[in-house]
Design a protein around this ligand. Sequence first.
Ligand code: GTR
Length: 432
Amino acid sequence: MRFPALAFLLSCAFAMTASSTAFAQPKGFNYDEEKVKPYTLPDPLVTQDGKKVTSPEMWKTVRRPELLRLFEEHVFGKPLPKVEGIRFEPGKVNENALGGKAVRKEVTVRFSPTADEPSMSILIYAPKGKKSPAFLGLNFNGNHAVTDDPEITLNPNWMRAGDKDGTVVDNKATEKSRGKESRRWPVEQVIDRGYAVATIYYGDIDPDFDDGFKNGIHALFPQKERTGDDPGSIAAWAWGLSRALDYLETDPLIDAKHVAVLGHSRLGKTSLWAGATDERFALVISNNSGCGGAALSRRDFGETVARINTSFPHWFCVNYRKYNDNEAACPVDQHELIALIAPRPVYVASAAEDLWADPRGEFLGAVEAEPVYKLLGTDGFAGLKSHDTPAVDQPVNGGTIGYHRRAGGHDVILYDWERFMDFADRHFGKKD
Ligand code: GTR
């Protein structure tokens, strides 16, 4: 295991605590808007050989596939090999969860036709007796940490040690960790708005440490050293989200044509990549996804490509390291990741104090994707009056691209969820 102590500490500070701003802005990086050097972005509507993309058809058949390949080759790595014989195995069900409002169920997705491992467990809460649209996202601490319901299976897999509060001991979750992440998963409020929630512990798919890709889903594809455009962890997590959607398509309580994929932080980078690679996701939400997510890499503000590849060498493909301190050489930038989601609705959420993730860079990532949304006939970032970053707690979410900058730090809280649900209501048709 090669996992630098500093990276480990940082990952804990970001993922486990609410908004520990002391830790959240590492020293030695630029947080001054005045010091952002001029940069030129690649044009999502110009092909690699310099042709202007002039029609939706040309976007669909030429430029979109080209951009997707560029992101595979230079950023996230190519798709995981196809896995045959994936099985869905029903687990515990409570037909009267949340005081009788919802069905709660667990489903195990077994990735091999013959063995029980690797596998991932999906936890679902769905309004009773009808097909509902759903929010699907990965969680950081295990499904049992999403609510304090004692019946949810305690995740047995490797967990980051995180806070020294007894919730994880010897890298295993303890009973004490039940409900630990519930503030980030307002399940009951989501059910009350007519949506289902489905979530998976991201470490089921690939444990979040640099182990040379031996565990999680990678165990199925033994390989020598990971090189070039071999997929990294983000690609694996995104792949897992697609397998969860395969399951949701079979679930009678889920309207799988209306599944919003969402994620916070590294899992926000993941939801964007899942949305880009799998067009079945009807809506895509990035919460505080920062560097390698919605934030423009060429903007020298907050976390850099060099830093993320050093702290987390397993997240992106090895080729991405070519752009350490050399962002301008990368053939793509993150607005083009958002553009790959077009014409489907996309929502980018920032937090005002989360400078490490570069709120303005996240906003501009969405702004710069708009020409593609417009070419494809949508209203794009409708209602946006200027390219100044929207004021704190003043969402601009009336169009196909939505954005808000919430007060506070790096986190996902009820305020964010409420805006996501408003946005989904508009795009999916209001639910009761
Ligand atoms: C940080 C990392 C960020 C973000 C965050 C998280 O340490 O630098 O890019 O992904 O972790 O996922 O919590």
